[in-house]
Design a protein around this ligand. Structure first.
Ligand code: HEC
Length: 270
């Protein structure tokens, strides 16, 4: 009994403390936000970091972009290895994202993603958008976010990592080294023709990099680099390489493009 009273008393103290330092709108920050076109079949994807100071638990329950009609919160399936002819979708919708005790939630390629569609104007002509995040407490926070090429995202989303990356253009030899170091050959084969030791068990089969046409996310350098970060449209058992740096993904892509015959256009894509 006394234990229960003590617990109740402790709760009261917590409530009083919480009331005394109720976080106001200024203690929620939406930072490092950017939007990029054409991610996994959606018109655009938005990424950002949300920070909350203060102990009150809260949950992200909605996202909106003023310039577009629909926004959904999505995340990657934990187990994406396909077990039949129909690969599972790469991403699943989430309705709520609890904010952990660190007070920080990060939306980033390979993780939580805001899929955006139904823009009022063509995306190519929009240079920034207004992103609003809604919390279960009723609080809302908005920010302006630039519309960027996928390749330029890292500088905004993770400036620390971007600053330490080499500026030199990736070489084919470096790409080949990363291809071996990251185990790509176990599925795609030592020469990239799709016949690695693991390939027989996989449906659909790993891509043969010599042939550009079947690439679902595009076979250009920028497109391959983006696919390594966000996944293959429609799923399959191709792993994500979101943990690599932008420069490493471009270096891998450089090697893959060099295997194509004839090599596909290396020019940039939106
Ligand atoms: C576990 C096996 C596996 C590993 C390891 C793997 N891949 Fe794949 N990869 C696949 C499969 C399977 C597909 C075909 C997926 C599909 O069609 O849905 C694929 C497709 C691709 C594609 C084509 C995407 C598209 O647009 O269609 C690229 C590019 C690619 N892989 C690059 C790589 C690179 C680079 C590595 C190493 C960093 C790697 N893969 C490691 C299995 C693998």
């Amino acid at each position: 009994m006394s234990h229960r009273i003590l617990a109740a008393a402790r709760r009261t103290v917590v409530v009083v403390l919480a009331a005394a330092c109720t976080p106001n709108a200024a203690s929620i920050r939406l930072e490092r936000a950017a939007l990029t076109g054409d991610v996994l079949g959606a018109e655009a994807a938005a990424y950002f970091t949300l920070r909350i100071d203060g102990a009150r638990p809260d949950t992200i329950v909605g996202l909106s972009v003023a310039e577009a009609g629909t926004t959904s919160m999505q995340t990657y399936q934990a187990h994406r290895v396909s077990d039949g002819p129909d690969p599972r979708p790469t991403m699943v919708r989430v309705e709520q994202i609890p904010i952990p005790s660190t007070g920080t939630v990060r939306f980033a390629p390979g993780g939580y993603t805001a899929m955006v569609s139904g823009f009022w104007r063509p995306l190519v002509r929009i240079d920034s958008i207004t992103l609003t995040v809604e919390l279960s407490s009723g609080r809302k926070v908005s920010t302006r976010a630039p519309v960027l090429r996928f390749d330029d995202l890292e500088a905004v989303l993770d400036p620390g990592a971007a600053a330490t990356e080499p500026h030199a253009e990736p070489t084919v030899a470096d790409g080949e080294r990363l291809y071996r170091a990251n185990g790509c050959a176990s599925c795609h084969g030592a020469t990239g023709d799709g016949d690695g030791p693991v390939s027989r068990t996989l449906v659909p089969a790993p891509r043969d990099f010599r042939v550009a046409a079947p690439f679902k996310g595009g076979a250009g350098l920028d497109q391959i680099a983006r696919t390594l970060a966000v996944g293959v449209p429609g799923g399959g058992s191709m792993p994500l390489y979101a943990h690599l740096t932008n420069h490493e993904r471009r270096t891998l892509a450089r090697f893959l493009v060099s295997l194509q015959s004839p090599p596909s256009d290396r020019s940039s894509t939106p």
